[in-house]
Design a binder for this molecule. Structure first.
Ligand SMILES: Cc1cc2nc3c(=O)[nH]c(=O)nc-3n(C[C@H](O)[C@H](O)[C@H](O)COP(=O)(O)O)c2cc1C
Length: 206
């Protein structure tokens, strides 16, 4: 099993990263054989969608722009579960928005309208994380949730606020209100449970 974490922040190894890292540590604690990987978008080149529909309208999920998006998409397809973290940047980091618009655009492309078409990320468990200077993390989580649903992923919800995912305020290691560290650990374990259940439903080994 493989779990992928995508860090949307332009600051490497900060709050968004810490929560992805924490969730993946709890994944490893659950089962040390699970492979984990973190992609930090700050390291990558991802251009904005040109809305040209040149290639994606002919071949689903193919894009005229040749940059790091295709690598991220391959990693997303081969993972059994995905975590995405983003800070609030009024509203979100533009590189993550570029990734979201490019992948969403591909999902609108020809062939995907056919009801028998199976989306490459169909039912893939996806855990969401949002951080901010204040406690207004919900707008970020809504955007991430829309993105995940657009790609037909299965968003893992939590039993505590903000429910759609993990929220963190300020320095996430010190946040006693939203308890992001504890919730990131819970999210990691729920993601693995959902990935296992999907695998057994699909008839694959756990
Ligand atoms: C361009 C920009 C805009 C931001 N806008 C807000 C905002 O509107 N509200 C807020 O609470 N925090 C805002 N922040 C603060 C970040 O969300 C916060 O510092 C977050 O923890 C950064 O995540 P990171 O540590 O993963 O980089 C903003 C930060 C930046 C760089």
């Amino acid at each position: 099993m493989r779990i992928l974490g995508i860090v949307g922040s332009m600051r490497k190894n900060k709050n968004s990263y810490l929560l992805i890292h924490t969730a993946l540590e709890s994944v490893k604690k659950m089962d040390s054989s699970i492979k984990t990987k973190i992609i930090q978008l700050a390291d990558l080149n991802i251009e904005s969608c040109r809305a040209c529909y040149e290639l994606c309208s002919k071949r689903p999920y193919e894009c005229v722009i040749k940059d790091d998006l295709s690598m991220v998409f391959e990693e997303m397809k081969s993972a059994d579960g995905i975590l995405i973290a983003s800070p609030l940047y009024f509203p979100m980091p533009s590189r993550l928005v570029a990734l979201m618009e490019r992948l969403a655009c591909l999902s609108y492309s020809l062939g995907c309208e056919d009801p028998s078409f199976i989306h490459p990320l169909e039912d893939k468990p996806c855990g969401l994380i949002a951080v901010a200077g204040g406690d207004n993390v919900r707008p970020v989580l809504y955007h991430l949730q829309n993105f995940a649903h657009c790609l037909h992923m299965n968003v893992i919800t939590l039993k505590s606020f903000p429910y759609i995912g993990v929220g963190g305020k300020g320095d996430v290691r010190k946040d006693k209100d939203l308890e992001p560290i504890k919730n990131a650990e819970i999210l990691g374990t729920l993601l693995v449970k959902a990935a296992r259940s999907k695998k057994s439903k699909d008839g694959n080994e756990t």
